[in-house]
Design a protein around this ligand. Sequence first.
Ligand code: PHE
Length: 338
Amino acid sequence: MKDIDAVRNEALSEIDKVRDLQELRRVKAKYLGRKGVITEALKRIREIPAEERREYGRKVNAVKEEIEEAIKHREETLKKDEINRALASEWEDLTVPLQNTVGSLHPITITLRRIVDIFRGMGFTVEEGPEVELEKYNFDMLNIPPDHPARDMQDTFYINREGYLLRTHTSPVQIRTMLKHRPPIQMVAPGKVYRRDDDPTHSPMFHQVEGLVVNEEANFRHMKYVIETFLKELFRTDLPVRFRASYFPFTEPSAEVDIGCVICGMKGCRVCKWTGWLEVMGCGMVYPAVLEACGIDTDLYQGFAFGMGVERIAMLLFRIDNIRVFYENDIRFLRQFS
Ligand code: PHE
């Protein structure tokens, strides 16, 4: 019994003196581990005379609990100390002014501005919409009903509230614009979009620019002209452009637009996958049901729309082969654009 009291006092004083979690673990093992002092004391209960056994067991267990409690308490204090120490030593003064440092625009911003400027020059207005979007605008009103396979194609981030999601494309801004303005409409909508994708060529957040034209005579030829003129202006060369039949639920007919590979001059390379062509956007004549859902009279009006990925275009303009570098904010990368 005397020994147990001595063990208790020794343990408590050791726990008190411990300076870090590692030392504490050692003390814990010494007393409570499989071969620990207390564990061994409990095993010895059979050697104790029968009449003292009860009292002995009670005592050892009480000491065991006391030590456990002390260790838990000490652990909490040490953890708190550790956090406070980190807070005190690991901080940076973000208000210190840097000398001779001029910031520069991010390559995505440069590309976005260039795209939007070209369309402004062609008489387009600029519209914006929210990134947290109604499912109704992102899908239903774009002729993508709930059971449509195109919903899976888009790897949607749903928001934990009925009817909301992170927009998967900028096309809902078409809907918002048509609900707000009567035709003629001639607008572009730049912005962030979100999809559950993440690999060297996909990022869960990226940028698109949407275009929409609605008036009395919009037709496929107008669309081709606008897109070809835009692409030649953007890449500042008379590059070859081709339209390939494609499918989007909200346009009919739909097309995918390819440009001659600007990396290899159409000889064939890794970027164009040895085809000589690069896909840069989707487009098509706005499906009449989409116009009608927005209250536009399809006997009078027609429209065309297009949408492009900004990262993709920035990669081609600046010859960047990995989408990740746009989001890592490595100063050595960013400085190249000043
Ligand atoms: N919203 C389509 C996409 O993200 C692109 C697109 C826009 C296609 C407009 C046609 C018309 O894939």
